[in-house]
Design a protein. Structure first.
Ligand SMILES: NC(=O)C1=CN([C@@H]2O[C@H](COP(=O)(O)OP(=O)(O)OC[C@H]3O[C@@H](n4cnc5c(N)ncnc54)[C@H](OP(=O)(O)O)[C@@H]3O)[C@@H](O)[C@H]2O)C=CC1
Ligand SMILES: C[C@H]1O[C@H](OP(=O)(O)OP(=O)(O)OC[C@H]2O[C@@H](n3cnc4c(=O)[nH]c(N)nc43)[C@H](O)[C@@H]2O)[C@@H](O)[C@@H](O)C1=O
Length: 322
């Protein structure tokens, strides 16, 4: 096996750039690194540094000289946003990745983690999805543009490893959620969308809530704090060219998920389904045995994670991304 499991601990005082540090994943990584004792974290908002701007990105790396990088900056959205704006999801993500990875290479970043997504795998991949399924079949059309950009990122990491010998790695998270998520009704992923919809239904006393699709697709959900912990664990304990799946190893139907959210917010009305909205891929459950072999397992259960996110949503409802 082409895996070295002991790249070693990262130096807590070295400059660590978290690209996308205000997003769901980036803010979780920032919290986790702070808790783990890192004292020299660097972040830039997209207004301060547009990573689509190649010159500005190279200037930033020349000035900041980060030793470590996590690339969690990306154009991200749920099924509807992905299928409505495929050009943005392809073009923005290719530009961001290319600029960051090229600049990081020119400045010899010592360790870098690239984040992809479980949507890189074929729509009808055998479940649970193993890393080896990559490029073995057709993609799910609702997010193929985004998936192609992410696949290009994996290939770029592998190419950099081959050509320059840098020990950079890629992780493929399953569907994520938690504090700091995007709660926009049209643009978000399912879990934040359901939390907002059901919470509003409670406040409005609505007798019926309508969700998208048929409710039958199966998805796996990982809390962002687990995701952040997995990222640091992989950077310190995994070195190999193949992407590593990051998930919990269990999934639920969207209907079951809606039931859990309704229960967490205290909604007791009826649930309907708008089948004019897309279902997307029928099932996305990752095989996480490679991650387990590298010594990491998720610890936040779905019900506990939903309660934690509902609490955060209610405390921050006036300041969230809507
Ligand atoms: N959320 C999920 O369910 C999943 C996410 N992932 C992956 O995790 C990573 C992070 O996703 P997530 O945190 O959910 O996404 P968010 O939308 O929450 O955050 C994305 C971040 O990227 C930054 N960003 C976007 N465009 C630019 C740009 N042009 N220049 C600089 N920064 C930019 C944003 O900065 P700012 O806020 O300053 O505008 C934002 O902080 C992505 O690679 C995504 O593919 C993978 C699987 C599932
Ligand atoms: C992480 C992953 O996220 C995206 O893929 P997805 O898993 O299909 O993501 P989703 O969370 O948006 O939907 C999951 C399921 O849930 C159903 N669903 C019900 N009601 C709502 C609802 O209100 N909003 C949304 N968004 N979905 C809903 C919806 O119909 C679908 O069946 C990728 O584009 C890609 O970006 C990617 O990598």
């Amino acid at each position: 096996m082409d895996v070295n499991y002991a790249p070693g601990a990262l130096d807590r005082e070295s400059t660590f750039y978290v690209a996308g540090h205000r997003g769901l994943v980036g803010s979780g990584i920032w919290r986790n690194l702070t808790n783990a004792g890192f004292t020299n974290l660097v972040g830039r908002t997209s207004l301060e540094l547009d990573l689509k701007d190649r010159e500005a990105t190279f200037r930033f790396f020349a000035e900041t000289k980060p030793r470590y990088v996590v690339l969690a900056a990306a154009k991200v959205g749920g099924i509807l946003a992905n299928s409505t704006f495929p050009v943005d999801f392809l073009s923005d993500n290719l530009q961001i990745q290319l600029n960051v990875l090229d600049a990081a290479r020119e400045h010899n970043v010592e360790r870098l983690l690239f984040l992809g997504s479980s949507c890189i795998y074929p729509k009808l991949a055998e479940q649970p999805i193993r890393e080896e399924s990559l490029l073995t079949g057709h993609l799910e059309p609702t997010n193929d543009a985004y998936a192609i950009a992410k696949i290009a990122g994996i290939l770029q990491i592998q190419a950099i490893r081959r050509q320059y010998g840098l020990p950079w790695i890629s992780a493929m998270p399953t569907n994520l959620y938690g504090p700091g998520d995007n709660f926009s009704p049209e643009g978000s992923h399912v879990l934040p969308a359901l939390i907002r919809r059901y919470d509003e239904a409670v406040h409005q006393g609505a007798p019926v809530v309508t969700n998208w699709g048929t409710g039958s697709p199966r998805r796996e959900f990982l809390h962002v704090d687990d995701m952040a912990a997995a990222c640091l664990h992989l950077m310190e304990n995994y070195d190999g060219p193949d992407q590593v799946n990051v998930g919990t190893g269990t999934d639920v139907t969207i209907k079951e998920l809606a039931g859990l959210v309704a229960e967490a917010v205290g909604y007791t009305g009826e649930m309907l389904w708008d089948t004019t909205k897309p279902d997307g891929t029928p099932q996305k459950l990752l095989d996480v045995s490679k991650l387990g072999d590298a010594g990491w397992h998720a610890s936040i259960g779905l019900e506990q994670g939903i309660r934690n996110t509902v609490e955060w949503y209610r405390e921050n409802v006036n300041d969230i991304r809507k």
